[in-house]
Design a protein around this ligand. Sequence first.
Ligand code: ATP
Ligand code: MG
Length: 914
Amino acid sequence: MLSAKQIRNGFIDFFKDKGHEYVPSSPIVPKDDETLLFANAGMNQFKDIFLGLVPPSYRRAVNSQKCLRVSGKHNDLEEVGKDTYHHTFFEMLGNWSFDDYFKAEAIQWAWELFTKVWGIQPDRLWATVFAGDPTDNLPKDDEAASLWTKATSISAEKVLAFGKKDNFWEMGDTGPCGPCSEIHIDLGPDACDMKNVPGHNCRVNGGCARFIELWNLVFIQFNRLPPNASVGGQPTSELVPLSAKYVDTGAGLERIVAVLQKKKSNYDTDLFMPIIETVSDITEHRYTSKLGSKTDNAFRVIADHVRAVSFAVTDGATPSNEGRGYVIRRILRRAARFGRELGMHEPFIYKLVPVVADCLGETFPEIKARADYVSIVIESEEAAFGRTLDRGIEIFAAAARRAAKTLQKTINGEDAFQLYDTYGFPLDLTELMAQERGLKVDKAGFEELMDRQRQRARAAQKSTSLIATLTDTELPTTEDVHKYHTDSCDSRIVGWIDSEGFKNQGRIEADAEAGVILDKTCFYAEAGGQVGDRGHLESEIGQFLVENTTKVGNCVIHQGKVIKGSFNVGQTVKAVVSKDRSSTKKNHTATHLLQWALQQVLGKSVAQQGSFVGPDYLRFDFTYPLAPTAQQLKNVENLVREKIAEDLPVTCPVMPKDQAQKLGAMALFGEKYGDEVRVVGIGTEGQDQIGQAFSREFCGGTHVDKLGSIGGFKIIKEESISAGVRRITALTGAGLNAHLEKASNIVDELSAMLKAPADTLIDRVARLLEDNKRLAKELKTAAKASGSDIMAQAKQLLENCEKIGSSSIVIGQVSKTSTEQAREAIDMLKKKAKSAAIVLGFDDDGKATLLAGVTDDLVKKGLSASDIVKEIAPIVDGGGGGRPQMAQAGGKSPEKISDALAKAAELIKEKLTS
Ligand code: ATP
Ligand code: MG
């Protein structure tokens, strides 16, 4: 039996033998195309070739493309698990002809591979062709139909024609398109999953699982123009023939593997079974490969979704609340929710990542390289959602019970929104759970609440960007290579942007805020983490302060304001970059050194996730699963410093991308670069020796010529910014000097304060801290001892006290204590005696303190602590007062405390016996 790997390679080798060049899959997260969330077909990476925007560098290509169909035009998320052949993530095998061969070869070769090489019985296969379309004035694709019967052994009755929906392929509303021809397989009557549907008839494109599409051959020969477009001044129909013809095919690997491994389900193949078996080991549930079984369905969904999330995260998406990140979050949360069906309440999906990496790591090495990082991201997402999921499931159940009682059987928008907003349930998860109970969700109500929330968020952040005023404007191109070799140049103003948009004539008035555009510039526009330059533009009478520099397309925009005079379009100005730039350069080169050193110390799993390079400091974000130790960070710092001390040269050649890749230059993960790239190499002199540079990175930033000028390097902070991603903040040059100056001032001040030389400060402070700790401890024990001592004395007084009826009269002098402790003692006595009049006195280092307390029952009888204190305080030459329940006095003559207490006893007895 062929393995999936052999089948994938078989496809690639078959077409290589026929002169095709193997092109690796593009990342699943398209880097240069904001209109497409995820790659959803093999043709995505060749789009510009079909559109005639770039010439192909090969005439025939073959590949296996990572695809994700979870959003937009192609969304198979709902199907996953319910059938055996629709996945979110799958591999699309394809062969391409760029104006080379056409229908005949495409059909012949597909047939040859299926029936001759792989031995699929011809009578199980069906072919479809385009039936034509009257609105587009397109005839039936007779050419393809006759090729099928002439060039292959298929019988004529197995070649069927279908309309536009099934057999005319379009990339989008406009663009390259053409008829297509598909190969379907008949899996036999048992495979039908619609037997119970009345009137169902198994047939190709009939919707049941008996006939499955394996391969789609698309013949791209038209371009669909936008409505009312014209060609050569003549109004045209919407569809015009392309000057070139292309073949674009797509075959689902998972489906073909299932057929060739004679399995009923894609999930039973070696692409999925290792994952399913691991899920089984972890959850202790058995997978029985049945459709309609809740448990089996959960297995399939989890196995599918972990592949999707692993590849998306590998290629640069991270779970978040919008865009691509939100799609990933939804898939993962869906999988976590299905985990509950298998009794899993703790994170576990992350444990499947190494299995995915094992299954597919040879074909897609990136998934192996980033497996640790992906696991960490998934685990932390699972843990975060896990905290609210169980509670959310309860809230959902309550909402579902309410909905079941309504006529519409619909969960209302507020409930769905609450589940989303508070419990992190994506709408489609709520919908899925509703569906399982035969309920619907009020999507419109949900969207309305979402809209309101978005508006609130938007109101909170007001955009002030000039760039935002640019819509559909063609901006001039700025020649900006000068940024690499000079800090000032003479340029001509060719236009400017203000709140009304782009202008290419007129005057930039005094005090105006604007984005000035020059024919050429030495200013660096913000890119690749490096900040845009600041500086000024000057004429004989005018001055424009540049606060930031940005780039739109090839146009450099100097943003700032006129601070003197005014400027005209056409005028020549001197562009002068601020001195900051030299600090920025130091930080940028140091960032490269830091990445290199981190890889030396922590290993190759360190990959750049982002960076900030400005004049004051640099920041570098990278993937690493743990917190580096202090020693590791020291080692990194030392490596960077060693290189700076060696004063090695930096060289920045521009070269073809292939050559740079062969040199092993580091590129930002998943980033798409042009054909020509700039490589920054450290450690060699001439550009031709770039191969010997110890650090080589794709980079368009500005750098120092020699490392010595960086002047020093220090890491000032290391932290975690998200699961598996660390951030280092560091200083060089002037920023480092300022930092050191400040630190040294602190040392000087400390030294003066402690009257100790700087090199003994650490010992001194350590000793102070130790003393402090010891003293605090001593104080505490002393206080405790004296406290318990007073309590003991008070108890003693109570035991030996006089009584009148059931009331105790507790009077006595105790040893020196604090008033708090004496009060506590009185409270304790009140509680113990239940009914009591208490007077305590003590000598507080030459001062007399008297405290009195009376329980409420005696207060009712007219006895008052305050009265007692007022009477006896003069005896100790003092005064005092308080409440009837508790009062206090102080005096100058402690030697008379006993007299005062005697008087108190008298007063009390008098009161209580009268
Ligand atoms: P279907 O009708 O089965 O959904 P499709 O018409 O959407 O397929 P195409 O867009 O033509 O498929 O994609 C080309 C090939 O990719 C298909 O012939 C099939 O083998 C495979 N394929 C498409 N969608 C999926 C999916 N969700 N999971 C696995 N394979 C798929
Ligand atoms: Mg489909």
